[in-house]
Design a protein around this ligand. Structure first.
Ligand code: PLP
Length: 509
C-alpha cells in the first residue's frame, strides 16, 4: 500500500524503501507488460493516440491533485511504459538514442534515491570524487595529459556550447585589443569590440554549433561553412582558403571538426585539421558526440587519430555508450581554459573551506545544482569493460554494413553510400507500376506510415543528388548490439511493403 498526501514517503527513509520496493514491483510489471501491449517499437495510432493515452492515464486529474492517488501513479507507470519507444526493439532505428545497460539503470535508481549534487562538497563527496576520477580517465582515452579537465553535461549540444565558450574567451583575449578592457569576454562582454569573430565548421556539422555561436553573442552569421568531399568530410585546403581570405578585423575563434557526422557518420580529417589549427593558432574543437564509439573498437579507432591534439572534445555516452541520457562529456586539454567558470560563492565554496580540502565542481560546469551522471557511467563501464564496448560498437557497425548490402541488392531501395560507422542512408524507389509523382513526399509518407502503425521507427534527412536537388532520404541508426541479420531483413521487408502500400493508396502522403 502506498501512502499519499502528507503521508507520502521520502524514498531514502526506512518506510520509503519499503514503498520503493512496492512501487518497483509496479514498475517492473509495467515494463514487462509494455512490450506485449505495444506490439512493436512504438504503440500504434500516431500523435492522436499519444494525446489520448496521456489524457486517459491522468483520468481528468490535475498533476497537483486535490485527491492524490496511488492508483493513478500505477496507471501512469503502465501508460508511460506502453507509450515509450522501445529502444531495444530491432526496428527502433530512428534516433541516436541507445538502450541503456542494466547496471547503469540500477545506478540511476540509486542516484535518484540519494539525490547527490556536485556543486558543494557537502552535496555529494563520493559523487564529486567519482566524477573527478572519471574525467581524468576519459581525458586519457582521448589522448589528453595531466593538465586536462572537463565535465559531464546535459548533452552533446551543451558540450559543444561549452567548448565554443572556452574558445571564444581565449581567442578574443589573445586577438582583440579593441575590447572594453581587452579582458575575457565572460567578464567584459562583447559590446564595443571592433572585431568579427569567426567559427569554421563543415556543412555536415551539427546544428548545435551555429546555435552555440548565437548563444555566445557571436551570432550564427559568425559561422563559416567549409566545403566537404563526397563523403561529407571537411576539406582542410578549403578551411585554409577561408582563413587566408580573412579581413583585418576577422578573428578565428574556433575550427570545429566533426568526428562522426549525424547523417553519414563521416570523420573530418583530424590530423590535417590539427596541423591547420596549430599553424593559424586556432582553437580546435572536436564534436565526437556520435563518433566516440570508434574509440572503443580496435578496427575503427584509427578514425579518431589526432583527437588528442584538439583543445576540446565533446562526446556522448548516451549514443554509443549504452548509458541513460544525460551522459555527455566535455574535455579540455588545458584546465586553465575553463577559468571563465570560476566562481566563488560565499554560501557554497568559501576560500577557507576550499583551502581545507572541501572543494566541489561548481567551477567546471554551467550548472549549480548538478546530478551525478558519472555514477551510472562508471557502473556501466565497469560491467561491460573495454572489450565488451568494442564488441558492441563492432556489432552495430556490422549491422549497418549488412543492412547496406541488403538495401543495395533490393529492387525498390536505393543505397546512398557504404556506412562509415552505424548509420545507413537510402531511399525507396518507385517501380514503373507505382503511381508516385513526388519521391520526396512519398519517402516521407512511408516513414510516417511506419511510425503511425508502430511497425518501425526510421529517421529521415535530405540528401542532394547529382542534379543538385535535395531529396528526402531515410536513415537507419544502429545502436543495438543484439539486433540480428534476420531482424534487419524483416525491417527492410517492412519498409518495402509500406512503400508499396503508400504508393497504392496514397493516404499517408
Ligand atoms: C554530431 C552530433 N553532435 C551533437 C549532437 C547533439 O547531441 P545531444 O542530442 O546529446 O545534445 C548530435 C546529436 O545527434 C550529433 O549527432
Amino acid at each position: 500500500m502506498i501512502d499519499t498526501g502528507r503521508n507520502a514517503a521520502l524514498a531514502g527513509r526506512p518506510e520509503g524503501l519499503e514503498q520503493l520496493r512496492t512501487l518497483l514491483d509496479t514498475a517492473f510489471g509495467a515494463l514487462g507488460d509494455a512490450a506485449l501491449k505495444r506490439g512493436g517499437p512504438v504503440a500504434p495510432g500516431g500523435p492522436e493516440a499519444a494525446v489520448a493515452a496521456v489524457r486517459e492515464a491522468l483520468g481528468g486529474s490535475r498533476f497537483l491533485a486535490e485527491e492524490p492517488s496511488a492508483q493513478r501513479v500505477a496507471d501512469l507507470f503502465g501508460a508511460y511504459a506502453t507509450w515509450a519507444v522501445d529502444l531495444t526493439h530491432p526496428s527502433a532505428v530512428a534516433r541516436m538514442q541507445c538502450a541503456p545497460t542494466a547496471a547503469s539503470v540500477a545506478a540511476e535508481l540509486l542516484a535518484a534515491t540519494l539525490n547527490q549534487s556536485l556543486h558543494a562538497w557537502e552535496s555529494g563527496p563520493f559523487a564529486l570524487e567519482l566524477e573527478r576520477r572519471l574525467i581524468a580517465e576519459m581525458a586519457s582515452w582521448v589522448g589528453f595529459g595531466e593538465a586536462a579537465s572537463g565535465t559531464l553535461t546535459p548533452g552533446g549540444s551543451i558540450s559543444n556550447l561549452m567548448g565554443l565558450l572556452f574558445s571564444r574567451d581565449r581567442a578574443l583575449r589573445e586577438a582583440d585589443s579593441t575590447g572594453p578592457d581587452s579582458g575575457a569576454v565572460s567578464q567584459a562582454g562583447l559590446t564595443g569590440r571592433r572585431i568579427r569573430p569567426r567559427i569554421l565548421c563543415s556543412a555536415a556539422a551539427h546544428f548545435s554549433i551555429a546555435r552555440a555561436a548565437g548563444f555566445l553573442g557571436l551570432g550564427r552569421d559568425a559561422v563559416l561553412i567549409v566545403p566537404v568531399d563526397e563523403r561529407g568530410r571537411m576539406l582542410p585546403e578549403e578551411a585554409r582558403r577561408l582563413l587566408d581570405g580573412f579581413g583585418p578585423d576577422e578573428v578565428a575563434v574556433a575550427l570545429v571538426a566533426t568526428a562522426g557526422t549525424t547523417d553519414h557518420g563521416s570523420f573530418d580529417p583530424l590530423p590535417e585539421l590539427a596541423d591547420l589549427a596549430a599553424e593559424y593558432r586556432i582553437w580546435l574543437h572536436v564534436d565526437a558526440a556520435y563518433g566516440i564509439g570508434a574509440l572503443f573498437s580496435t578496427s575503427l579507432a584509427p578514425l579518431l587519430d589526432g583527437l588528442g591534439r584538439a583543445d576540446s572534445v565533446a562526446f556522448d555516452l548516451h549514443k554509443f555508450g549504452w548509458t541513460p541520457a544525460s551522459s555527455s562529456v566535455l574535455l579540455v586539454r588545458d584546465r586553465r581554459d575553463m577559468e571563465c567558470l570560476d566562481q566563488q560563492a560565499v554560501y557554497l565554496n568559501p576560500s577557507d573551506d576550499e583551502a581545507a580540502g572541501y572543494t566541489a565542481l561548481l567551477g567546471t560546469s554551467l550548472q549549480t545544482t548538478r546530478r551525478s551522471d558519472a555514477f551510472k557511467i562508471a557502473a556501466s563501464l565497469l560491467t561491460v569493460g573495454r572489450e565488451g564496448m568494442g564488441a558492441w560498437v563492432d556489432a552495430c557497425h556490422a549491422q549497418a554494413r549488412y543492412a547496406a548490402g541488403r538495401i543495395a541488392a533490393t529492387e525498390g531501395l536505393h543505397l546512398v553510400a557504404q556506412p562509415l560507422l552505424s548509420t545507413v542512408i537510402f531511399r525507396c524507389r518507385p517501380s514503373a507500376a507505382d503511381p508516385v509523382t513526388d519521391e520526396s513526399a512519398w519517402n516521407a509518407a512511408v516513414r510516417r506510415k511506419l511510425l503511425a502503425e508502430g511497425r518501425a521507427l526510421l529517421a529521415r534527412t535530405k540528401i542532394t543528388g547529382l542534379d543538385g536537388v535535395p531529396q528526402v532520404h531515410l536513415k537507419l541508426v544502429f545502436l543495438n548490439p543484439t539486433t540480428t541479420e534476420a531482424e534487419i531483413d524483416e525491417l527492410l521487408a517492412d519498409i518495402t511493403a509500406a512503400a508499396r502500400e503508400v504508393a497504392r493508396d496514397g493516404r499517408h502522403m
